[in-house]
Design a binder for this molecule. Structure first.
Ligand code: 13P
Length: 253
């Protein structure tokens, strides 16, 4: 049985004061903390340690949005996995489509970042998903398969079970368009089949696959009801406490 995970990716939003206020609102709304669903919040780097302090006595987990492939050194502006670990981080997003699209991150680099995260005992949230033109061309399964092969499938079985995969169709990110539950389930089942082909059924059944792309309070129930949807990676709707809390409740149903 996979525990559902609802993770809020705050992206590049909020001042320090706002980040702490949102954290407080979430913690107040979550108490008593729900059983059977794991909650993670992923603030921008500068707020990680102060958010970590607020959540340290709660089951809420801290996530970061990216990490360097290098552990230390002269890489101005970068933040490494050992740093994140020492700041209280549990999860780290690897290969978000915005990193792929705007920062040229892909393939081998994402495999290195995945390795860097795991080497620091961070749990990667590895993102995959196709742009609209690729879906219109009916090449979305091929592309997602390639993204998994390039970024993840070098891992041994004991490492892949630590990875969370997030299917985030690019056409659904920040657009208000959501994959239908049928589209999400179809791709999630495909991803699990790729895992099964590579690692066997037992391993594939353990890996959590989140859906991301305009998840909100209105659509969360139907998405999370899909057999292979193990929660959500939530962008815009994670910036409003009330809405994010409703999404968390939908995962607990
Ligand atoms: P939205 O929920 O704003 O579409 O963003 C999804 C996302 O990119 C989460 O990582």
């Amino acid at each position: 049985m996979r525990t559902k995970l609802v993770a809020g990716n705050w992206k590049m939003n909020k001042t320090a004061a706002e980040a702490l206020q949102l954290t407080d609102e979430l913690l107040n709304g979550l108490r008593p903390f729900p059983a059977g669903v794991e909650v993670a919040i992923m603030p921008p780097f500068p707020y990680l340690m102060s958010v970590a302090e607020k959540i340290k006595t709660t089951p809420v987990k801290l996530g970061a949005q990216n990490c360097s492939e290098h552990p230390w050194g002269a890489y101005t502006g970068e933040v490494s996995a050992p740093m994140l670990k020492s700041a209280g981080v549990t999860y780290v997003i690897i290969g978000h489509s915005e990193r792929r699209q705007y920062f040229g991150e892909e393939g081998a680099l994402l495999a290195q970042k995945t390795d860097a995260a795991l080497a620091s005992q961070l749990l990667p949230v590895f993102c995959c998903g196709e742009p609209l033109v690729v879906r219109e061309d009916n090449r979305h399964f091929d592309l997602v398969k390639m993204q998994l092969e390039e970024g993840l499938f070098h891992l041994p079985p004991e490492a892949i079970t630590k990875v969370v995969i997030a299917y985030e169709p690019v056409w659904a990110i920040g657009t208000g368009k959501t994959a239908t539950p049928a589209q999400a389930q179809e791709m999630h089942a495909f991803i699990r089949r790729q895992l099964a082909d590579k690692y066997g059924n037992q391993v594939a059944e353990q890996v959590r696959i989140l859906y991301g792309g305009s998840v909100n309070a209105a659509n969360a129930n139907s998405l999370f009801a899909c057999a292979d949807v193990d929660g959500g990676l939530v962008g815009g709707a994670s910036l409003k406490a009330a809405e994010f809390l409703q999404i968390v409740r939908a995962a607990g149903n």
